[in-house]
Design a protein around this ligand. Sequence first.
Ligand SMILES: Cc1cc2nc3c(=O)[nH]c(=O)nc-3n(C[C@H](O)[C@H](O)[C@H](O)COP(=O)(O)O)c2cc1C
Length: 199
Amino acid sequence: MTLNKHIHIVGIGGTLRKPSTSLLALQAALSAAEASGAITTLLDLRTLNLPMYNPEVDYQDYSGNVHQFIKTVRQADGLLISTAAYHGSLAGVTKNALDLLDFLPRRDGESYLHNVPVGLIATAGGDQAAVNTISVLVQIVHSLRGTALPLAVPVHNAKSAFSQDGRITDTKVAVRLNKLGQLIVETAGRFGTKPAGVG
Ligand SMILES: Cc1cc2nc3c(=O)[nH]c(=O)nc-3n(C[C@H](O)[C@H](O)[C@H](O)COP(=O)(O)O)c2cc1C
């Protein structure tokens, strides 16, 4: 779709586990976003290896990977966040990355993820926690002044939703991730342009 040509969708996700089901799910949604005409960037938290957020440390004193992380998120027209259910909530590596978004610039009363739509994905070992993980992510996105999409993808029994070689074997999950990828591009297009100086 020509209309969506310049939409930039950034995916933040995966755990430190390899292979990570939440990373596989994120990659599927990003592929769908690309098929809808967006350009995409994957921020794989395992390879990014971000340090712990520390409010005592100034932004300029963090390493280059934190700067790259913040710069890439600033350029996003839409975000996809994918994590794993850990003890009924979200994986610490994801929470830490989201805490680092405190370094996103604030201007004119517009904070953090203002005007940025966010699609959410969570994988879980059981058949309950993924929904709660999504709910927690919605709260976090709202705290960051982002807009959570009305469609999210909780993946229950994640082990049986993916094959050993990383393919999605659960058709419902594949369809939903595909829809999410399309929706984030469509919504980001409706949200319009980034503020001046961002990009
Ligand atoms: C520390 C830890 C805590 C977990 N807690 C839960 C949980 O509360 N509920 C659940 O359904 N699965 C739980 N799981 C299982 C993971 O959610 C599941 O394996 C998920 O697919 C992992 O995602 P990943 O492959 O991206 O690492 C837990 C796994 C770990 C390692």
